[in-house]
Design a protein around this ligand. Structure first.
Ligand code: KMH
Ligand code: ZN
Length: 276
């Protein structure tokens, strides 16, 4: 088990609108500034969804490439692009994200009800994402929204080999309405299903943020926080910015005697190529 804590920030997501959440980073400048602020207080990886000029989610390849380049030149963060996108994004667009050549990309391990929508991840699509990431040397983070997704991950690794770099890292996304609950007993159940030798992060959506963070730290897991997952800091108090969430996670990690890992340490942990 690693001693430090990998803190990933997921600053934007595809679900909140700028009009509802005015402090959501949606322009490239806002994203870069957020990334720098979050790195300063303990983040080592960034999970990126981008927005268009109209502030709505987009998977435009040119913009994705520009975003990867800007984050690389202004931070040392491990840059992870979302291939999940928004629930309305077609599979071809989600696969094309990999052409932006991030360090890492998300790979969701199955379909799940997502509030009133469905987040579709057909088996053949998941296999194709995994295959193309292997081909390009992009390190996946396997997103798990429900316990059955861990069974699919084991099948994927059995039938289609280990990912680029050979290390398996999982992110438990807990508390999505329609997915697994964000509580201690579900996190413990997930641990039994984790592939051997894998590492995991966890994030709790909305009000499950704190219980999932504390449970993950005590179970030896890593953390993902950010305004993709929660826009409330406490009951009745809106999040000021992403750095506020990262700073709280870093403080709890230090209290747990598992201080935030540097991005270089995280590159080693996840077998991501070192930055130059
Ligand atoms: N926006 C959700 C539908 C991912 O980034 O890979 C999917 C999501 C997962 O956020
Ligand atoms: Zn995401």
């Amino acid at each position: 088990m690693s001693t430090g804590t990998l803190i990933t920030v997921a600053p934007t997501g595809a679900e909140s609108s700028k009009s509802d959440v005015p402090n959501l980073p949606v322009t490239l400048d806002e994203l870069v500034r957020t990334a720098q602020d979050c790195e300063r207080v303990g983040a080592a990886m960034i999970h990126v969804h981008i927005r268009g000029d109209d502030t709505r989610p987009t998977l435009d390849l040119g913009r994705l490439k520009e975003t990867v380049a800007a984050l690389r030149s202004s931070t040392s963060l491990v840059v992870q692009l979302s291939t999940g996108g928004a629930v309305t994004d077609p599979e071809e667009d989600r696969l094309r994200v990999l052409e932006a050549m991030p360090d890492s990309a998300s790979c969701t391990m199955g379909s799940v009800n997502f509030g009133d929508d469905v987040f579709m991840n057909r088996w053949e699509f998941v296999v194709e994402l995994h295959r193309r990431m292997r081909e390009r040397g992009i390190v996946p983070e396997y997103e798990i929204f429900d316990l059955g997704h861990l069974s699919s991950l084991r099948r994927l690794l059995d039938e289609h080999d280990l990912p680029a770099g050979g290390h398996v890292h999982v992110d438990l996304v807990m508390g999505v309405p329609g997915g697994m609950p964000g509580d201690v007993s579900t996190l413990v159940a997930a641990l039994r299903l984790m592939p051997e030798g894998s590492t995991f992060s966890a994030t709790g959506i909305g009000r499950t943020s704190l219980p999932v963070m504390l449970a993950s730290l005590s179970a030896g897991g890593h953390l993902r926080v950010g305004m993709e997952d929660t826009v409330s800091y406490a009951r009745g108090e809106r999040v000021r910015d992403n750095a506020q969430l990262v700073a709280r996670a870093a403080g709890l990690a230090r209290i747990a005697q598992r201080p935030p890992m540097s991005s270089e340490e995280v590159r080693t942990l996840l077998s991501v190529a070192q930055s130059n």
